[in-house]
Design a protein around this ligand. Sequence first.
Ligand SMILES: [Zn+2]
Length: 453
Amino acid sequence: MSPVHGTVDLDVPADVLWQCFRNASLWPRWNPCMFWARNRDLVLGQKLIWAFEPLRWWYFYKLPGVATLIEVEENRKVTWEVTIMPGFYARHTYSIEDLGDGRSRFGSWEKAMGPLFRALKFFWVGHFIFVKDRSLQGARLLEAIYQRAGQLDESTLPKRRGLRLFQNLKALVGGSDLLNFQIVPLAPDVWAVLGGGGNSLVVKSGGEVLVVDPKMSIYARRLKRWIERDLQAKVTTIINTHYHYDHTRGNKLYPGTRIIAHRTVPEAMYANDPGDWRDHPAAVPQSDNLIDQALRLNFGLHEIEINHAGQAHTIGDVWVRVRAGDRDIIATGDFATLEHYPFLDTSEYGANVSGWIRAARDLATKFPAATFIPGHGPIATAKDLLQHAAYLTFLDKSVAGSRHDGLDESGTARNVDLSSWQLSFVPIFHYGLWFLSGNTNVRSVYRLQTKQR
Ligand SMILES: [Zn+2]
């Protein structure tokens, strides 16, 4: 066989990577092909004892391994030899190359031979490719952690993962967070209302209320009831962060209200959700309330700033900033979707992944001390926005890596493991999808990268 090998370039110094890598007992926490490993260090001549995860999480085997460490080069590489069974001989190398400027190249290389190997070659080659790809994805995860936390050790790596079945159940239950309607006071006359579709920002001035993203269905009605009964006020201004139905359907409850959005939003609404808007033209942002780049308005004593984020989660994302005392409160819309798998819109009005990453990073950099209301998920900080950008970067690079290896969409979906990010599934029942998951995220990015809109 020709060796199964691959590399990935990382913004992590070689010695930092090595110090984390050399503790094999931590492998399962960053390398999704590893179930368990015993060694706390890599020592030449010693036995390496570990177990692999199965190729698919629902296969119920763990493949144990015992090998001899035949090469250990500090900051550089480790090689082991598996000779446990007669007729089977394999060699695996992990390497780290110092690229200078705090960058490194992580590689995985594996080759096997012998009659027992040849008899089961189909299984083994599949397994080697799985190990190589998951290891490279694990290295990318280390890069994301290092960029966020500045160090790679037991304290910054993700917690030990439980059984995948339980992990998936947890991800499914976590999705119901979206249905948790929660009112969070942020400043005098400023609230976040979380859940029930997109998160909302509510600003009150006298008897008038401004709402950013008035939710959907029964949750939109609940929001309206709360504003009328508890705040004793009337909604006079709506801002839509983007065109998606879970943020905009609530517009219909406020006929005649001024609705502000990016100039591309009405066209996107009619094109992608005609059933929602054809019979409700008054709930679509009016032409004299559309913005191109930015708009400032005064709502009572509150200064409100609306900015186009460029093509990010959709073609027409805007973020909304409210000054409250000396604090900034910012509603981001869905270019920050936290703790849940985001929706990657592949329509012509949809996402631009690099624009999305840039938008989240820029906002976090520009307002490091702001309070953020993400499109979905809990109240957040600039750090959470950077974490979201790191997830999208990981997703984008991992899909590009699989495509580079010649995998098609299904192959890429099987190959890219997003479980380390511990995000929740999201019920959507819209745009041809049932749930948002790692699988749908990978497939959507694959389509965006190959321009199959
Ligand atoms: Zn959205």
